[in-house]
Design a protein around this ligand. Structure first.
Ligand code: ATP
Length: 344
């Protein structure tokens, strides 16, 4: 598939501090691409350089094969949706949506048609005459989205657009946003620090850490095959243990507490002692200190057949996992190994 956005060696410094450190990245046409990472890892700065709000100190931004690094924001075929909606309070929903088209002098008939389409797209038909203050948070965010979509940008940048919403609405909007993206076919680059949100919506995710990308791959690949300890720990709960000089990570749901009568065929088993048990609804989390060193957390399904799936604190247990679920990881993050490599 064609590449829509290409970042090459993209770098941003603030004084001595490097906020974005020589990033290379390709986002494909029509992709829902997420930048995930902790606060301060450089996601927003990268987004701003794609939009043109920040100038890179080095490297280039290409949109549809054209180097736009020197172009002003309005001259790039991108639109940005921010967390704080930034709707005009004195304008109606329709006027807000139409605003960008008025600026670019799109004829009235075309404006009316496109704004109606955009309203329908975000499921706000019949709300066009309301003021933003007469809408819920989720509805306002959808107006902000419609206002961006109506301009038909090549790429839509979204910076934590659901950050201000409560959890239920947020989860509902995640599904809606993904659907809308599929319908309009615009490339989305989405910034979040919420791993569940990233896993739910994205075709691919780039995990940021200290201005660098640790790994960029599909949600499944990221979760099942994290490249290093940072990714393993940031996306989901990771159990990192060292065996035979190798660092391994095993996801909690892949670890079983092996009991009498439960076959352990094909499993790697180890003995240990239960140190913590936490009931969390769907699963019980059981922490086991392993006799060979290190500890792991197992997520045991709370099926009705087991009254106490996790056992008791202090109990000696056998835990097991399939060999392919113990994933080999680098012990250090790429941040700590790459600077030397780049200098040589
Ligand atoms: P968050 O999830 O908190 O928004 P982020 O990953 O988007 O974080 P950025 O906003 O890109 O992070 O910031 C990256 C780093 O650059 C941070 O340490 C931040 O303090 C710093 N930074 C960002 N903008 C500026 C600026 N204008 N001047 C100085 N430092 C800045």
């Amino acid at each position: 598939m064609a590449v829509d956005v290409r970042l090459t060696g993209l770098t941003k410094r603030y004084g001595d501090f490097t906020a974005v450190d020589a990033i290379d990245l390709e986002v494909r046409q029509g992709e829902f691409f997420t930048m995930l990472g902790p606060s301060g890892s450089g996601k927003t700065t990268t987004l701003k350089m794609i939009a043109g709000f920040e100038r890179p100190d080095a490297g280039t931004v290409e949109l549809g094969g054209e180097d736009v690094s020197g172009l002003a924001p309005y001259a790039r075929s991108v639109n940005t949706v921010f967390q704080d909606y930034a709707l005009f309070p004195h304008m109606s929903v329709e006027e807000n949506i139409e605003y960008g088209l008025t600026i670019t002098k799109v004829p009235k008939a075309e404006r009316v048609k496109r704004r109606a389409e955009a309203l329908e797209m975000v499921r706000l038909e019949g709300h066009g005459n309301r003021k933003p203050s007469e809408l819920s948070g989720g509805q306002r965010q959808r107006v902000a989205l419609a206002r961006a979509i109506v301009n038909r940008p090549r790429v839509l940048l979204l910076d934590e657009p659901l950050g201000a919403l409560d959890l239920k609405l947020r989860e509902q909007m995640q599904v809606e946003l993904k659907q809308i993206q599929g319908e309009v076919g615009i490339t989305f680059i989405y910034v979040t620090h919420d791993q569940d949100e990233a896993l739910t919506m994205s075709d691919r995710i780039a995990v940021f850490n200290e201005g660098r990308i640790e790994q960029a791959s599909s949600p499944r690949d990221l979760y099942e095959h994290p490249a290093n300890e940072f990714v393993a720990g940031f996306v989901g709960i990771s159990n990192a243990i060292e065996r035979d000089g190798r660092k391994l990570t095993i996801r909690p749901e892949k670890i079983r507490i092996v009991r009498d009568g439960i076959p352990a065929d094909g499993l790697i088993t180890e003995t240990g002692k239960v140190t913590e048990i936490a009931y969390v609804g769907m699963v019980t989390r059981v922490k086991v200190d392993l006799d060979k060193g290190g500890s792991v957390q197992a997520a045991v399904q709370n099926t009705e057949s087991e009254a106490e799936p996790g056992g008791r604190v202090g109990e000696e247990v056998v835990v097991g996992w399939r060999p392919e679920h113990a994933v080999s990881i680098q012990g250090e993050t790429s941040k700590s190994v790459q600077p030397e490599e780049r200098e040589t």
